[in-house]
Design a protein around this ligand. Sequence first.
Ligand code: ARG
Length: 591
Amino acid sequence: MAAAPEENIGSLKEQISRVFEESLRITVPDEAEVAPIIAPCARKEAGDYQCNNAMSLWSKIKGKEGVTFKGPQPVGKAIMENLPPTDMIESCSVAGPGFINVILSRQWIAQSIQRMLTYGIDTWAPRLPVKRAIVDFSSPNIAKEMHVGHLRSTIIGDTLARMLEYSNVEVLRRNHVGDWGTQFGMLIEFLFERFPDGKVNDQDIGELETFYKASKQRFDGDAEFKARAQQAVVSLQGGDERYRKAWAQICEISRNGYEKVYQRLGVRLEEKGESFYNPFIPQTLDLLRQKNLIEESEGAQVIFIEGKKIPLIVVKSDGGFNYASTDLAALWYRLNEEKAEWIIYVTDVGQREHFDMFFTAAKRAGWLPAEEGQYPRTSHVGFGLVLGDDGKRFRTRSTEVVKLVDLLDEAKIRCKAALVERGKAAEWTAEELEQTAEAVGYGAVKYADLKNNRLTNYTFNFDQMLNDKGNTAVYLLYAHARICSIIRKSGKDIEALKKEGQLVLEKDEERKLGLHLLQFAEVVEEACTNLLPNVLCEYLYELSEKFTSFYSVCQVVGSPEETSRLLLCEATAVVMRKCFHLLGITPVYKI
Ligand code: ARG
């Protein structure tokens, strides 16, 4: 695409803010610090956006020398009157104690959308105050099966990474796999026992989880084996060649399994497991010792955190390192070697305490600013449980954890069956059928997870997530495909229309849809800043509803307004596709 790199002029909110900023400078020249407070109108009848500065500004300036305002309302009125001339605003009014309601100009909204169509949706990317971020997500534990919790972490982490990437942040996508620790002693000894000649491959070990269980049984049931396993940990950590090799073999088998899941989900990750940070632990702990943060307690070395009864253990009483020491070393590495400004950790809420504690330790060490919201910064993105229909933790009948691949398989199979039932097997090529079933099936699993506030537990239910009505990926993907088919059926060349046609937002439903489109950037920004993918899902669902309202009152093909309305259809499709992309969902173009 040879589009001119049109400048990104910021979200709608930012653009409105800029106009008010100018007015504030004129209205209260002595209050240079005051930033515009702009929000969508609480009462939609009153306007599109409102400026909420008058009241707080009034309490700040009243009584000051030279201030002639008599209350917040005159302050609001002055801010309104001092607005610079702009074609963005159609009209303003002051309400209540000085709120300024803004009605945007239809023409300006239309032009902004048309500019996006010409220069691409990237010109709507949010602008964030961060250059490089790390998203630490997925992070399963070697030899143990990836479970539904890891699926949540993978899906949520990927979306956050995508949204940050779209916002021009360089993202290091880190898979902090549990590839180090005492369980390896047991696994390696068991491997030696089973395969004394050292020749082993994926098939031999089969399901690593079963292998893990068998070795655990041996570990728990045989004191002699247990002693050997403990010695094996020492040999491994001491760098013994034979043990390193066995460890690497086990990791490799696990890795191949994970990779299959990531490929299916279309998720890119770079593995830097716990073992990677192991060499950095001693120096990291030395730094903390120099700050007098580490104390002896019951034979262990710990960091006491204010308000917490149990301290953070950083060296166990047997001298070994643990999850916390690894995370401290990883944080040191990420801040100093990788120069990340924002480090985001995606795990279940059960781990919140662990993160709180080592974040606090890092603040006390002076690695992170004490104040919230300052950079460099760390955030724990916690999420709730996935429940089964019985309201208990989601498991299969055999009470084992549900395997990820099986879930994805089933979603796809069900989607395919639904498509076949609708006669698509006769209409489409086998490949089209396969691809659509996959896009819809995997998309449904992802969307069902992302649409909830991540902190709430949600019930995993295929029938619900695969419903083609309501707030589901199936409904949304079909809505997108329908828009594409309207454009196709018009027989018009949309690229030509973009160049020659003009977008006009005449009907109320057209204006509402247009305004919603224009709010895309600030929604992504909010989803990024608050690390809440559900905010984007809500936006997407509302977009499809606004489109439906528009389409039910506005004839598109064959109407006198056809060109303009086709452009509005196209803009809706473009924004929907970007939403899908950010949510890691593959769009479909026909149904
Ligand atoms: N492996 C851990 C688990 O499965 C998650 C790791 C999260 N990342 C981190 N830096 N601690 O629970």
